[in-house]
Design a binder for this molecule. Structure first.
Ligand code: 1CP
Length: 352
């Protein structure tokens, strides 16, 4: 076989790392690699009446997913959707106000949501269609990622009615432990079914975004993060899903290590604070992903170049997926993204 031609049977690099291999170079993708820092995204986004309609339009969402894949040699695409589609599918009103972020209506009765779990997956069928459309055109060497918000993170938006400092949600956890645990159970079941639907429609990797794990005392971290992640993963496996799953407990700090030891994820995504040593200790348990600072990606220059070398050096000897410690910031210059992807992959764009 000619080694210079792409092999259509080649396992995507990302899947090899998630299967436990240390690869010749780390695969790379970026959280929020689609979105407002790309002019072509802004142009496409202007054609949809609102953000939710945009996410639920398979043609537009597939196009948004593919835009960064055309520009850069990313090793994986992540389906264009949002973690807040699930509360909407469970019957809570969700809308995005321009410039203000997400807004949610009153929390529905728990019993009402329990009765809506099965229907919620069907209401998100368009996300499955987006995945199918992307998989049909994405090169076989590039992996496709599906995702969901983690139960606690989604619950914070549902309880607070939007983005906030999460103090109301944490207070709710102390004052109404039974109601909160019931809400988390609803989200575990609905998310497991939603993720299984994504796997059935072409997702090859799943990521669980626990964006708001920060500030939780150890006992709450155990109850709100580790417990529900263990349950969610077990339920996903019970539903017959065999593809790898990445957990991202953002803001977990030193508790990320306990997370990695207790939740049998195929990789743990680390945030910007993760130390080199902690990352290496977690690498002895599972693969890691992360943890370039999105502010440094935006800033660019020599400091960015140096940090990329440091990350490659400190973690590249083990199971490692190159990524950010959180999503791309909206005014990031696209050429900074291109520079990092080219350094990690050795390619200017896909195929060359
Ligand atoms: O029109 C727009 O550009 C609105 C901005 C935007 C985008 C591009 C939102 C609103 N969501 C998205 C897409 C999105 N959201 C993706 C797409 C795929 C990709 O990464 O390229 C993903 C994976 C998400 C996940 C998501 N949504 C998270 C978890 C990751 C994270 O950033 O922590 C969270 C917390 C959300 C909620 C959300 N969606 C959008 C906003 C403004 C917010 C609120 C964020 C906050 O509370 O600060």
């Amino acid at each position: 076989m000619n080694a210079t031609l792409p092999n259509p049977d080649a396992q995507p690099l990302m899947l090899r790392v998630l299967a436990g291999e240390t690869t010749e170079r780390p695969p790379i993708w970026f959280m929020r690699q689609a979105g407002r820092y790309l002019p072509e995204y802004l142009e496409l986004r202007a054609k949809a009446p609102d953000f939710i309609a945009f996410c639920l339009n398979p043609e537009m969402a597939a196009e948004a997913t593919l835009q960064p894949m055309r520009r850069y040699a990313f090793d994986a695409a992540i389906v264009f959707a949002d973690i807040l589609l699930l509360p909407g599918a469970l019957g809570q009103k969700v809308w995005f106000q321009a410039g203000e972020g997400p807004k949610l209506g009153p929390l529905p009765e728990l019993a009402t949501m329990e009765a809506e779990i099965e229907a919620s997956t069907a209401r998100l069928a368009n996300v499955g269609e987006t995945l199918g459309r992307v998989r049909a055109v994405l090169e076989p060497e590039r992996a496709l990622i599906g995702f969901a918000g983690a139960p606690w993170t989604v619950a914070t938006y549902m309880i607070e009615g939007g983005s906030s400092d999460r103090s109301r949600a944490r207070t709710y956890a102390y004052e109404h432990p039974e109601a909160l645990d019931r809400l988390l159970d609803i989200l575990v079941e609905a998310s497991a079914r939603y993720l299984a639907m994504q796997a059935a429609n072409g997702a090859q990797v799943l990521q669980i975004f626990e964006s708001w794990a920060e500030g939780l005392p150890e006992d709450l971290f155990q109850r709100l993060v580790i417990g529900p992640h263990v349950k969610l993963l077990a339920r996903v496996r019970e539903l017959g899903v065999t593809i790898p799953v990445i957990g991202f407990p953002r803001g977990a700090g030193a508790l990320a290590e306990g997370y990695a030891a207790q939740v049998p994820m195929n990789a743990v995504a680390l945030d910007t604070q993760a130390s080199a040593e902690m990352g290496r200790r977690i690498q002895s348990i599972t693969a890691i992903q992360g943890a370039l600072d999105p502010l440094l990606l935006r800033a660019g220059g020599k400091a960015l170049d140096a940090r990329v070398e440091t990350l490659l050096h400190q973690w590249g000897g083990g199971r490692y997926i190159f990524n950010l410690g959180h999503g791309i910031i909206l005014d990031t210059p696209p050429e900074h993204v291109g520079r990092v992807v080219a350094r990690v992959t050795g390619k200017q764009g896909w195929g060359g």
